[in-house]
Design a protein around this ligand. Structure first.
Ligand code: C5P
Length: 222
């Protein structure tokens, strides 16, 4: 059986990581959450008081930063310089800052280099914004997941409520729209469907529906 590379891109909170994790588990592939890498750097930059507009100091920091993604029972643990930051990188401060860090050319080049190194053998499910267009342009399966801003905000809101986190639906909607705007309008490797990606609108689909659609595509190509 061929070991494929599967790229899953799309806007914020479209369910990419949920679906990518399930697909990776079904196929016994490794799952790489590239957003977690940008988040980890952003977290470190905030803790160190760096100016997020200053590419050079962010880049220097990145070069001396180790980001490890380790599989675990409920998904993936993120280690920053050997410290577990899995929860810290999901804070709203990091979420609302990460797109500024992810705009810089040198940061993206280095992240893409690291991401490509994870995927040299195939057998990988990678999610992000530029996987099908830049990180794994040769991926055998490329998926672009979409959902309305309204639906994505509602999903994130229920997640927060379930976890007992404070949550404001209208604020979430604004933040998601703002992050999509920065990610889509940036100069370097903006969020964009690859020409050969298959678009799936998940607005009225369940997670198992989406998984099933993607698995059908995978089985055609394996
Ligand atoms: O996927 P997630 O929402 O965790 O990603 C956080 C942010 O990291 C995105 O909003 C985007 O700014 C950046 N990112 C990126 N390229 C990727 C993955 C994430 O620019 N491949």
């Amino acid at each position: 059986e061929k070991k494929l590379s599967i790229a899953i891109d799309g806007p914020a909170a479209a369910g990419k990581s949920t679906v990518a994790k399930i697909i990776a588990e079904k196929l016994s592939y490794i799952y790489i959450d590239t957003g977690a890498m940008y988040r980890a750097l952003t977290y470190k930059a905030i803790v160190n008081g760096l100016n997020l507009e200053e590419e050079a100091s962010l880049f220097d920091t990145l070069l001396s930063t180790e980001i490890k993604l380790l599989p675990s029972d409920n998904g993936q643990l993120v280690y920053l310089d050997n410290k577990d930051v899995t929860n810290e990188i999901r804070s709203s401060k990091v979420t609302n800052s990460v797109s500024y860090v992810a705009k810089h050319l040198l940061i993206r080049k280095e992240m893409v280099r690291r991401q490509q190194a994870f995927a040299t053998e195939g057998g990988v499910v990678m999610d992000g914004r530029d996987i099908g267009t830049h990180v794994l342009p040769g991926a055998e399966v490329k998926i672009f997941l979409l959902a309305s801003v309204e639906e994505r905000a509602v999903r994130r809101h229920s997640e927060n409520v379930q976890k007992g986190f404070p949550s404001d639906l209208n604020k979430l909607k604004e933040e998601i729209a703002q992050r999509d705007k920065i990610d889509s309008e940036r100069e370097i490797a903006p969020l964009k469907k690859a020409d050969d990606a298959i678009e799936i609108d998940t607005t009225s689909l369940t997670i198992p529906d989406v998984v099933e659609k993607i698995m059908a595509i995978v089985h055609e190509r394996i």
